[in-house]
Design a protein around this ligand. Structure first.
Ligand code: PLP
Length: 400
């Protein structure tokens, strides 16, 4: 009898992690690989935040904490929501977990009955379908083409809702497309949601701080306060403060949902690291100045990558408003032949070719339920980005 459960057997390893792992293995074998597959800032965690972690250790804050997170951190999260998003929460409406990832998973686990449907626009973050599936729900991907800016429209949403729909998951700015929903777009989705009082909304705002130019970040709970009793707003410190390894994310929403999520967390991980919680407290309460510096660096890197990739015949790259990814359409490169005589039939074939021929690790769009695209992270040094783009241009030029 197989030890692996049926529930688990269809869960796939994260494709982004798999590609990065493959690149690391090749690097270990001495290959010259530039990794553009990772979804994390290349900047170090700011020193003041690291120092807060060290102080927590020295002060003996190294024991179990409250399951929902230490009180001062939950208060800092409440202040953040009020300051940045005009949202008001109390401490029993906030749960801190091991990254936004765990908070999202906790929410799905405590709310989904077998057969409940969860709508999410695609291209989507690789983990949504597997998380939904693991929690017993049915993933309902809604294909959102470049013509909609990769965003779900009111019509697409209306058409996807059934009497089994439990959640709509919205991710803005989006991984992998960088799409950011405007006030008007969120307002139009809110109008649809008002007609369906049983549908809840999970807003994954993890890339909130990474929007560029005049683009303004807004979140659904801010646009539609009347829907607040069925919105869970999720955020975290990983992307904004370059703290991916510290594992701190948080969610805020209706107290009875948060209570259930805390109960689940209490029976699984208990809470995230006490040390990380003190570091996250400093991140949220300390100076926010370096975020501006991160933003301007990312913006110039985005422009560099978009401009260069658009020189590749067969690739078409939009200029995303947020996050740190570009998601070029690679239709024009399909069915071309490599110098080794291999046909590029899918975006997976293309990423494999780019890895082997150009030494550049990217992620196939299929992992984000959209083909033929590839995802390129520009959260890496400008020198590496320049060189990676040049290599991609040269490798694609060889395709016939
Ligand atoms: N949501 C999206 C869309 C992401 O891209 C990620 C990380 O890549 C997360 C959530 C999870 O972030 P973390 O668990 O590090 O807070």
């Amino acid at each position: 009898m197989d030890i692996i459960s049926q529930r688990f057997s269809s869960v796939k390893p994260s494709l982004t992690k798999a590609m990065t792992q493959r690149a690391t293995t090749l690097q270990g074998q001495g290959c010259d690989i530039i990794t553009l597959s990772q979804g994390e800032p290349d900047f170090p965690t700011p020193v003041s935040i690291c120092e807060a972690g060290i102080e927590a250790i020295c002060a003996g804050n190294t024991k179990y904490t409250a399951v929902a997170g230490i009180e001062p951190l939950r208060e800092a999260i409440i202040e953040k929501f009020s300051r940045d998003n005009g949202l008001n929460f109390s401490t029993d409406q906030v749960s801190v977990g091991c990254g936004a990832k765990q908070v999202l998973f906790n929410a799905l686990m405590v709310s989904l009955n077998p057969g409940d449907e969860v709508i999410f626009p695609t291209p989507c973050w690789v983990s949504y379908p597997d998380m939904i599936h693991l929690a017993g729900g049915i993933p309902v991907p809604v294909s959102c083409p470049p013509s909609t800016g990769f965003k779900i429209t009111p019509d697409l949403l209306e058409a996807a809702i059934t009497n089994k729909t439990k959640w709509l998951m919205l991710n803005s700015p989006s991984n992998p497309t960088g799409a950011v929903y405007s006030r008007a777009e969120l307002g139009a989705l809110a109008d649809v949601l008002r007609k369906h009082p049983d549908v809840w909304v999970l807003c994954d705002d993890i890339y909130e701080k990474l929007v560029y130019g005049d683009v303004e970040f807004t979140t659904l709970a801010q646009i539609a306060p009347d829907l607040g009793d069925r919105i869970l707003t999720v955020n975290g410190v990983s992307k904004a403060y370059a703290m991916t390894g510290w594992r701190v994310g948080y969610g805020a929403g209706p107290a009875h949902l948060i209570k259930a999520m805390n109960t689940l967390q209490g029976q699984t991980t208990s809470h995230t690291s006490s040390i990380s919680q003190y570091a996250a407290l400093e991140a949220l309460r300390g100076s926010q100045d370096f975020i501006k510096a991160f933003q301007s660096t990312y913006q110039s890197r985005r422009d560099l990558v978009v401009d260069r990739l658009n020189r590749v015949e067969g690739m078409s790259c939009h200029r995303p408003d947020g996050a740190f990814y570009v998601f070029p359409d690679c239709s024009g490169l399909m069915n071309k032949q490599t110098p080794q005589g291999k046909l590029i039939k899918t975006d997976s074939d293309l990423t494999m070719y780019l890895l082997e021929e150009a030494g550049v690790a990217t992620v196939p769009g299929s992992g984000f339920l959209a083909s033929p695209f590839i995802r390129i992270s520009y959260a890496t040094s400008t020198t590496d980005l320049e060189s990676a783009c040049d290599r991609i241009i040269a490798a694609c030029h060889l395709l016939k």
